[in-house]
Structures are given as structure tokens and as C-alpha cells.
Design a protein around this ligand. Structure first.
Ligand code: FES
Ligand code: FES
Length: 181
């Protein structure tokens, strides 16, 4: 089947089998390997991608469900020349060791901070509940998200509002809303 969507800001039309997951399509057909697959049962968050700015577990999200939507992977939010503030904060706070969970953590944090630019620690912990890390003990991740929130608020204060878009429209509101509605 042929399916069109916007991938990391660019329109794409991809040909894949109806049973293929978003993780399979992104990794195997688009060669976007930042997204990792571990548990394959929507528990660990390593496979997190954003669909219309909301985090989904790409290991169980069927790729055709992305038809007409905006899909974002870690490759689409920044690069080595221009890091996203969350990537910068994770580096500054040493919020990773093996890095396996990191792309998913950063994308989930991005969704959180677009929905709630000034979360409390409890709100961060609750929102990030679906992203597991075996290495860091979570403390540096929490510090990185706190730091990223400050950087993003600073950036937002310095840039003019985007035309026709409000923060709530950008985020859509609500974690994992797009899971098999
Ligand atoms: S691999 Fe998808 S949630 Fe673990
Ligand atoms: S840094 Fe290794 S699993 Fe999180």
C-alpha cells in the first residue's frame, strides 16, 4: 500500500505492507535508526516517535495510521550543527550512558514541554513514566528536562509567535492520544 505523510518536515509517499509498524517503516525503509526497538509491547518507550507532535510507541503503531499526519523522529529535531535545546540539555547534564533510551526520552520530553512549558518535577516524572532507562537512575534525565524547559522558554521569549499556531494547537494535548483510538 502507498501512504503519504510528512516525515521530519518533508512530504513522503512510501510503499509498505499494511501490517508494518511505524518502527519497521522508519528503521528499515527510511533508514532512520535513531528510533530503537526493545520490548515491542509498548512498555519501554525506546521506539517513541511523534505523530502530530504527540508521542506514540512506534513498535505497535501501524505505519498506515500515520497517513496524512506529521511524523517526527530524533533525526528531525536537530543536528550536530544545531542541537535542539533538549538535546543540548541532555548533553550538559550527562543524561545518558548507553544512549539506547535517549532518542525516545528526548522526543517524549519535547511533547511534554510543548504541552506544559513549566512542568513540576512530579509532572515530568508522571509524563515520562512510559520511557524506561536502565543506566542513569533517572536523576540526570529529570535535571536535563528541567534545564531544557528553561532553555525553551528563553528561546520562545526571544522569537516571535508562529503565524496561525498556538502552543496548544502545536502540541495537541495528551500523551499517547494517537494509540489505536
Ligand atoms: S520497543 Fe516500543 S515501547 Fe518498547
Ligand atoms: S542511557 Fe542506557 S538505557 Fe538509558
Amino acid at each position: 500500500m502507498k501512504v503519504s505523510f510528512v516525515l521530519n518536515g518533508k512530504p513522503v509517499e512510501l510503499d509498505f505492507e499494511p501490517q508494518e509498524t511505524l518502527a519497521e517503516v522508519l528503521r528499515n525503509r527510511c533508514h532512520l535508526t535513531g528510533l530503537k526497538v526493545s520490548c515491542e509491547v509498548q512498555v519501554c518507550g525506546a521506539c517513541t516517535a511523534l505523530v502530530d507532535s504527540l508521542p506514540v510507541s512506534a513498535c505497535t503503531y501501524l505505519a498506515y495510521e500515520a497517513r496524512g499526519r506529521r511524523v517526527t523522529t530524533i533525526e528531525g529535531i536537530g543536528d550536530s550543527e544545531r542541537l535542539h535545546p533538549i538535546q543540548k540539555a541532555f548533553l550538559d547534564e550527562f543524561a545518558f550512558q548507553c544512549g539506547f533510551c535517549t532518542p525516545g526520552m528526548i522526543l517524549a520530553a519535547k511533547a511534554l514541554l510543548e504541552e506544559n512549558p513549566e512542568p513540576t518535577d512530579a509532572e515530568v516524572v508522571s509524563y515520562m513514566d512510559g520511557n524506561l532507562c536502565r543506566c542513569t537512575g533517572y536523576r540526570p534525565i529529570l535535571k536535563a528536562i528541567r534545564r531544557a524547559a528553561g532553555l525553551m522558554r528563553q528561546q520562545e521569549a526571544q522569537s516571535p509567535p508562529r503565524e496561525g499556531e498556538t502552543a496548544s494547537e502545536a502540541s495537541g494535548g495528551g500523551r499517547f492520544r494517537t494509540h489505536h483510538e
